[in-house]
Design a protein around this ligand. Sequence first.
Ligand code: PMP
Length: 376
Amino acid sequence: MIYLDYSATTPVSSDVLDSYIKVTKEYIGNPNSLHSLGEKSHELLTSATEQISKVLNIKTNEIIYTSGATESNNLAIVGYALKNIKRGKTIIVSKLEHPSIYGICDYLKTLGFNIVYVNNDENGLMDFDDLKEKITDDTLLVSIVAVNSELGIRQPLKTIKMIIKKKNPNCIFHSDMTQAVGKVSVNMSDVDMASISGHKIYGPKGIGMLYKNEKINIEPIIHGADNTMRGGTPSLPLIVAFSKALRLIVENLSKNESVVKLLNEKLNDNIKKYKDIKINKTSYSIPHIYNISLMNIKPETFIHALEKRDIYVGSNTACSSAKLSSSAMALFNDETRASTTLRISLSHMTSFEDLNKFLYSFDVIYTKLSKLGEKK
Ligand code: PMP
């Protein structure tokens, strides 16, 4: 199997899986129980949380465990909007967000909130002047994705935070860091709240976290028996596994990044030979996400042809049923280009041998489908 869809999800690293199994077997107590089994689980929960706080350089009370980035995004944006509804009704987001953010915006519209979209330039960079202009006293929160999931465009979060705070110091800055953490270095002090997901960093599915600066008040969206930000018994095995996955991926970041850069160069050197294929890459794209538009071939046909050879790549439809990639539209405003995207996402686990095999199969399939006139 050749897996090149790491931005959709990653396999769980074996060290992380070992921890998950060990904790499942050996820590059966509920961390909230008063007896010694509960205490033992509670101690492990505390040390996993302390580890995350060290890795991200934040306080332990700034970590809220969730089921993943979709829930973190909901908790941050809906939670903040509901808590502060008397202060304002406007939320600003970019045109390069993950579909989960747009789902939240649609929901907030039904509650009477105004959603404003900030423009980007042709390289995907936020239009700082447009952002400045759109922030008013009514703006509660700005949410800008740190790395876009389809095209891999990275935003300068520190600069964006400065612009926001200068215009309206009460306006909160949330960033969906799902595709950034573990791929590029991130700094929680660049934002007020950030969403992270376990299954994008070689951890298990069903766990993530929201970083929330301790000074910020939000309304819980899952209410439970106790007075916490998220009701329910904490999943100790998932939390310990997530904490370990985060530590490992951050510790190995620069080593992994240099491998991915070389893979990306090789991929790009080969793909740029196809004159009809558009490479959806700008100076802000990170090397882990390589996006192309096939232009005259349906991406579904191409993906299934690769699948027959046991090769797996992504398209924009993994996260959304939309036929058009909203991110590609935001950059290129070209329907053919936005409806024929293919995402090849790389990892430090990708071998050059596998990449060569992929490139060989890519060429065979592309040549065949082009000749067959497998038109869009
Ligand atoms: N945000 C971004 C940028 C993503 O790439 C994804 C996953 N595709 C999500 C949010 C949703 O993450 P999760 O699956 O953990 O809910």
